[in-house]
Design a protein around this ligand. Structure first.
Ligand code: BES
Ligand code: ZN
Ligand code: MN
Length: 501
């Protein structure tokens, strides 16, 4: 897809389709008034007919009259007060998805006055719209099917129309948006692929291919070495499957190298290629979704690639413990006691609380490699989706200043988080009869306890992002297909790039 900035007025930029975002109710003065006039009054007619309701992500198609376009696409940004980066990103995706099944080679998007509504101005809008359009193109059915009906169109050219804008600077923003969008889509495909396709070994092979393409260092730890190193929690989960576990470790920059902010940042992602629950087996209802329990790993692997593409050499560590959580004669049993890599004795009272086990060892390992700051991403709990739903990611962490840094990166990325407290008083509920602690206490406060468990395995500033509710969509939305959506990828990229030189 060719990417271009046009600094002319939208009526002077020929394309198959011109997309027109509008905020609140459309008002036909200025540029929108002129577009209406040249469309032969089509836009005002549509408004009078009630097609331009202003409901966020609502889309109307219109005839273009004398304009140099075949069709116009009007997309509503909704209530002005709540238009933010997330909304602008999703407007881009909505436009591209609404064109599903249509023949569109050249798409032009006029940015309207969106640049006045967020800090970062036009450049930020261009980046977010392009990123959204690239992500809007994502179609999970094309992973396994050769032809997909009503798939979003493959564009030859995307033109972002910013009348009077600085073409060079905006072109850079557009390219940045494209690369971040492509990275999110990489994460989505890795996450969406089925468990009979992506085992821990295959995930490691994919990570290796990404490392080779981008000049990243990679180390894949196989079971014998993991045992020798003392990764007792990681092995306890991985041992139940015929598909052996892999601890995937990737790095850009040099070992232990500090970034411009004095950090050696590690991003750690849960890579459960299938979560049956193990011996504490899950009910069959929706168990098929647990192929996506590797979404955290997919996200950190994609994020380090994106960072390598945007700012090669930026110090960053990505660790993805990959396992299959299966029941079988070799599986860990409820009540088994294992030694974690950091020496703690852990009583595995529930084999379905497996994510925290593999992440704990992965984070200890990352600290051993010099990580000074950690962020983990995991489809860790069902509880987070009961608490926050599918549009807000749960965020835990300590100290508060580090959590604030991560949430600020989330704000720049246009991703929403809500803080979950780490209540010290609940630690006692995770006492074990035999070990230092158990991996799952009573159901009460289980979301908080999942974070408290992880905290036992870090000694440095750490944030945990629980994407159990947000990582994949169960039904299609105007701005995204069903399945994995790439959430947190852009946040991790923003966070890492803050330390680029
Ligand atoms: N991968 C699941 C969490 C999950 C469930 C994510 C559904 C998305 C959708 C995780 O490994 C798990 O099983 N968590 C348990 C923890 C409990 C046993 C303490 C849960 O949430 O029920
Ligand atoms: Zn799981
Ligand atoms: Mn589980």
């Amino acid at each position: 897809m060719h990417l271009r900035i046009a600094t002319d007025q939208p009526w002077d930029v020929a394309a198959d389709v011109l997309a027109i975002p509008y905020v609140g109710d459309p008002t036909f003065d200025g540029t929108l008034g002129e577009l209406d006039r040249r469309s032969g009054g089509e836009l005002k007619d549509l408004a009078a007919f009630g097609e331009l309701s202003g409901k966020r992500y609502g889309v109307a198609l219109a005839a273009a009259g004398d304009l140099p376009h075949d069709r116009l696409v009007l997309v509503a940004a909704g209530e002005p007060a709540s238009v933010d980066r997330e909304v602008i990103h999703r407007l881009g995706a909505t436009i591209e998805r609404r064109l599903g099944g249509r023949t569109v080679g050249r798409l032009a998007v006029w940015i309207g006055d969106l640049g006045d509504r967020i800090d970062g101005g036009d450049a930020a809008v261009v980046e977010l719209l392009v990123r959204g359009i690239v992500e809007g193109h994502y179609e999970p059915k094309s992973i396994y099917l050769d032809t997909v009906e009503n798939a979003p169109p493959i564009l030859d050219e995307l033109i972002v129309v910013v009348p009077g804008g600085d073409a060079t600077g905006l072109a850079r923003a557009a390219e940045r948006g494209r690369i971040i969008g492509e990275g999110a889509n990489t994460a989505r495909t890795l996450a969406n692929r089925a468990s009979n396709d992506v085992s821990p070994e295959v995930l490691a092979d994919e990570a290796r291919a990404i490392a080779e393409r981008n000049g990243l260092w990679i180390d894949v730890i196989e079971p014998d070495r993991a045992v020798a190193l003392g990764m007792g929690m990681f092995i306890a989960v991985g041992r139940g499957s015929d598909n052996p576990p892999r601890m995937i470790v990737m790095r850009s920059g040099k070992e232990g190298e500090k970034d411009a902010l004095g950090r050696h940042l590690a991003i750690v992602g849960k890579g459960v290629c299938f979560d049956s629950g193990g011996i504490s087996i899950k009910p069959s209802d929706r168990m098929e979704e647990m192929k996506m329990d590797k979404t955290g790993a997919a996200t950190v692997i994609a994020a380090i690639e994106t960072v390598a593409r945007l700012a090669p050499g930026t110090p960053l560590l990505a660790v993805a413990p990959a396992v299959e959580n299966m029941p079988g004669p070799h599986s860990t049993r409820p009540g088994d006691v294992v030694r974690a890599l950091n020496g703690k004795m852990v009583d595995i009272t529930n084999t379905d609380a497996e994510g925290r086990l593999i992440l704990g060892d992965a984070m200890t390992y990352a600290e051993g490699l010099g990580a000074t700051h950690l962020v983990d991403v995991a489809t860790l709990t069902g509880a987070v989706s009961r608490a926050l739903g599918h549009l807000v990611t749960g965020a835990f962490g300590t100290p508060q200043a580090w959590l604030d840094d991560v949430l600020a990166a989330g704000g720049r990325a246009g991703e929403r988080y809500w803080q979950i407290p780490l209540i010290d008083d609940y630690v006692a509920d995770m006492d074990s009869w035999y070990g230092d602690l158990q991996n799952s206490g009573s159901a009460e406060g289980s979301l908080v306890k999942s974070g408290l468990f992880l905290r036992e395995f870090v000694t440095r500033p750490w944030v945990h992002l629980d994407i159990g509710g947000t990582g994949y969509f169960r039904k299609a939305l105007p701005f995204a297909a069903r399945g994995a959506n790439g959430v947190t990828h852009a946040t991790l990229v923003e966070l890492a790039l803050a330390g680029a030189r």
